[in-house]
Design a protein around this ligand. Structure first.
Ligand code: 5AD
Ligand code: SF4
Length: 472
């Protein structure tokens, strides 16, 4: 979600006349896009900003975007006085205006030639943190070259009640074959542990017409894979009243030229059987569903305010298991939520066995600002959370070894993503979202972005190995 936000911010600013650069050193304004979903995000942001402080002497300006910006607000100016702009995601539509303000307030800017922003530079870099288990927190940096420098402070923090989505036709997509489309922003669910409703504002969907127009535009540009995004993608409500989420999914899958459609993240409460029926009916919809469960204990789910029971969750799993297609299921789990007993935890382990996930992103509970869980008692000690996480990961590893073994001897269609020179293997992904590292026996090398048949020969807990089969 954050990576795609960065793509939209970059695209919008490039359209405004900024240019993108490769490194922070080359940039004059560094926009730091942040995520605060789990622990220590704030500290990391402040450390990173402190690292950049020395660049202030070169006249560079700094802005903080995203969840940490929204959460910490003007406190950022106090702790990092070299920052000039703080903007939450609900205010991105106003970013171009804010940058004009930032420049306009500078006496030096008045004397700049009108086309000076054309000479500007903009950089983006992504980094993935693996601090907790399989968690991936994404951050991005963007920089805008501008010779003016001042200490103006601009904030975009007041739009969390907005009904507007950040729509732009100028998204700077970083991958030419696979791209994201946000269909719903914000979240109204207020799970007890989660900061998102406080940082991303209330739930708001785009019209199905606008989503389909963007899908068509992407197909025209040669994209073959689309991922529909939302904090709760399946809570989608078409403001034009024309399509349910499942219908929109099917319609995107039917856009000529689109070969794969994914969607993430689904909330179990709003996960209807019609989604499974759509996957069965439309072959371009990928046979993979990420359905975060968070806990296998109804008692803990209730404390988490997840709005479903273990049984209701398993009912949804049942719909997928009885589908005609072999739907791969992945999930998110939080261990050590306040009050989670050994019995609750063992119910989560049993759930892993019962469902048979192909991937689990597991996290230790971390207290987040403003969230209802802050007031809960019976915090689980850090060492115990770590122990539970290790036990869970070890159990899931065994499950995945057994599950991935089944693919040996099977032929999969793989979208080629690149080449690993060190290992001499090509890297690809199946419709089920499994990574396949493969070699080519004779014949020409595959083209990145193409779809090729690969025979699976080996398995690891998180990936498959295979050989590309020549077509025909
Ligand atoms: N502590 C630990 N994990 C969390 N997640 C969200 N908030 C927290 C928190 N406070 C996890 C959930 C969610 C995923 C994106 O991050 O599992 O599904
Ligand atoms: Fe957070 Fe819950 Fe909303 Fe997901 S559904 S973004 S976990 S509050």
């Amino acid at each position: 979600m954050n990576v795609h936000d960065s793509e939209k911010v970059v695209g919008t600013l490039v359209q405004e006349g900024y240019l993108q650069v490769e490194s922070v050193e080359q940039a004059d304004l560094i926009l730091y896009n942040t995520c605060s979903i789990r622990d220590k995000a704030e500290q990391k942001v402040f450390h990173r900003l402190a690292d950049y402080k020395k660049l202030q002497a070169e006249g560079k300006k700094f802005g903080v975007l995203g969840c940490v910006a929204q959460q910490e607000g003007e406190k950022i100016f106090e702790r990092a006085p070299h920052v000039s702009l703080v903007c939450g995601s609900a205010s991105y539509t106003k970013l171009p205006e804010m940058l004009v303000q930032l420049e306009g307030k500078s006496p030096a800017a008045d004397s700049l030639p009108a086309n000076s922003r054309i000479l500007a530079s903009l950089g983006i870099r992504d980094s993935v943190d693996h601090d907790e288990a399989l968690a991936s927190l994404r951050t991005a940096h963007e920089g805008v070259r501008h010779s003016a420098y001042n200490l103006v402070r601009i904030t975009g923090l007041d739009d969390r009640q907005t009904d507007k989505c950040f729509e732009t036709e100028f998204t700077a997509r970083t991958n030419p074959h696979r791209g994201y489309i946000t269909i719903i922003e914000g979240c109204d669910k207020f799970c007890a542990y989660c900061v998102v409703p406080f940082t991303r504002g209330k739930e708001r969907s785009r019209t199905s017409e606008s989503v389909l127009a963007e899908a068509q535009q992407m197909a025209d540009l040669g994209y073959t894979e689309i991922q529909l995004l939302g904090q709760n993608v399946n809570s989608y409500r078409d403001p034009s009243g024309n399509k349910s989420f499942a219908e929109l999914l099917a319609a995107v899958g039917e856009v000529a030229g689109i070969r794969r459609v994914r969607f993430t993240t689904s909330h179990p409460r709003d996960f209807g059987r019609d989604i499974v029926e759509a996957i069965d009916a439309v072959p371009s919809l990928c046979d993979h569903v990420h359905l975060p469960v968070q806990s296998g204990s109804t008692r803990v789910l209730d404390a988490m305010q997840r709005l479903y029971t273990r049984e209701q969750y398993l009912e949804r799993i049942g719909w997928m298991k009885t589908a005609n297609r072999d739907i791969s299921i992945t999930t998110d789990v939080i261990v050590g939520f306040p009050g989670e007993t050994e019995q609750d935890f063992s119910e989560t382990l049993r759930l892993l066995d019962e469902v048979g996930y192909d991937g689990v992103f597991s996290f230790k509970y971390s207290a987040r600002p403003n969230t209802p869980a802050l007031t809960l008692e019976d915090a689980i000690p850090e060492e115990e959370k770590s122990r539970r996480l290790e036990v869970l990961m070890a159990r899931q590893r065994e499950i995945q070894i057994a599950r991935y073994k089944k693919y040996i001897g099977m032929q999969c269609e793989v979208m080629v993503e690149g080449h690993n020179d060190a290992r001499g293997q090509w890297i690809g992904r199946t419709s089920q979202n499994k990574t396949v590292n493969f070699t080519v026996c004779g014949g020409a090398d595959p083209v990145v972005g193409s779809y090729v048949p690969v025979m699976v020969t080996r398995n690891f807990p998180n990936s498959l190995v295979g050989e590309m089969r020549l077509k025909g």
